[in-house]
Design a binder for this molecule. Structure first.
Ligand SMILES: Cc1cc2nc3c(=O)[nH]c(=O)nc-3n(C[C@H](O)[C@H](O)[C@H](O)COP(=O)(O)OP(=O)(O)OC[C@H]3O[C@@H](n4cnc5c(N)ncnc54)[C@H](O)[C@@H]3O)c2cc1C
Length: 292
């Protein structure tokens, strides 16, 4: 939407969730994204889905929405998230599914019963791996930097005997640019039950939001304040107490009181966040085969 608005196009966004980015960043920053989009002239429609794209003579003419409304349109951008192309592994006996191939922290793939293999390694978008900082929930990441770091761990472990194997412990990080705002994230914002504006404010559109889960820091998101993220990454890596102690400078301009992080269940969202908590092994229900 920002890219199209900056070029002067009229833009309508249909968002199934309560606000944009809510699946990746939770309710507070999702509502900031909604405010931003509307302030820049985007016709943002939350809580609706596209039910049909209409066309005539081979060209798109419009779209219909689940609330009964319709618009005329020349171009549709379909951004629904991604599934992994693992169909070719269907008969391989691996823990493979649309969300990827599950593996241990050393990139060794699990077979469909959750037994780790010793000769199949996975890395990058296709890998689902447990992360100790996030209670060993199996994460799937869609970041270039993660793919590179995880590939290095996989390569090391392929040629290293057991005790020399390394775990992949990268803290997830990504950034986005929206209407001139620089948004950066470290950790897993969706792995949270509370969030606090630790610096700045939503009103100023300059802030750091820190996320906590059961009393420890699990993520931080900065808006036009990226220089602080390294500090918060350190808090995530050391499972520091949440809410974090006030910093020496740049105090919050709000109450500084934690509120629920308002992260919706992944099942209710139409889009996948760039860091997904994908639950536990395996990816799908199995029929057990017993060997007597
Ligand atoms: C539109 C878009 C924008 C993005 N922007 C960013 C960004 O700004 N920053 C960022 O960090 N990340 C971004 N990403 C994510 C980033 O591109 C991925 O995280 C990264 O490319 C993952 O690398 P990978 O090697 O795991 O997978 P890929 O780059 O997807 O490579 C997988 C390769 O495997 C091949 N393949 C598939 N099946 C088979 C098969 N059976 N046999 C042989 N080959 C096969 C595919 O053709 C492909 O070439 C973006 C992704 C998209 C789609």
């Amino acid at each position: 939407a920002p890219a199209c608005r900056e070029r002067g196009f009229e833009v309508t966004v249909a968002e199934r969730g309560p606000s944009p980015l809510v699946g990746a960043l939770g309710g507070a920053l999702g509502s900031l994204a909604a405010t931003l989009q509307r302030a820049h002239g985007v016709d943002l429609r939350c809580g609706v889905t596209v039910t049909a794209l209409k066309g005539s003579k081979g060209r798109l003419t419009g779209a219909e929405f689940s609330d009964g409304s319709r618009i005329e349109a020349d171009i549709a951008v379909v951004a629904l998230g991604a599934v992994r192309n693992t169909e070719w592994l269907a008969d391989a006996g691996l823990a493979a599914g649309p969300r990827g191939v599950a593996c241990d922290a050393g990139c060794r793939a699990f077979n469909m019963y959750g037994i780790v293999t010793d000769d199949v390694f996975v890395a990058g978008d296709v890998a689902r791996f447990p992360h100790p900082l996030f209670e060993y929930q199996i994460l799937a990441l869609e970041h270039w930097g993660n793919a590179v770091a995880q590939a290095e761990v996989a390569a090391h472990n392929m040629v290293s005997p057991g005790p020399r194997r390394r775990p992949h412990l990268t803290v997830p990080a990504f950034w986005s640019s929206q209407f001139g705002l620089n948004i950066k994230s470290v950790g897993v914002p969706t792995f949270s039950d509370q969030v606090v504006i630790a610096q700045g404010s939503l009103r100023e559109r300059r802030l750091v939001a820190v996320y906590g889960y059961r009393g420890r820091v699990t993520a931080a998101v900065s808006v036009n304040r990226a220089k602080w993220l390294e500090h918060y990454q350190g808090l995530i890596e050391t499972a520091a107490p949440f809410p974090p102690a006030p910093g020496a400078s740049d105090p919050p301009n709000g109450s500084g009181v934690p509120v629920p992080s308002d992260v919706p269940s992944p099942q209710t969202l139409s889009h996948g966040p760039t860091v997904a908590l994908t639950g536990h092994l395996p990816d799908r229900r199995l029929t057990l085969v017993r060997h007597d």
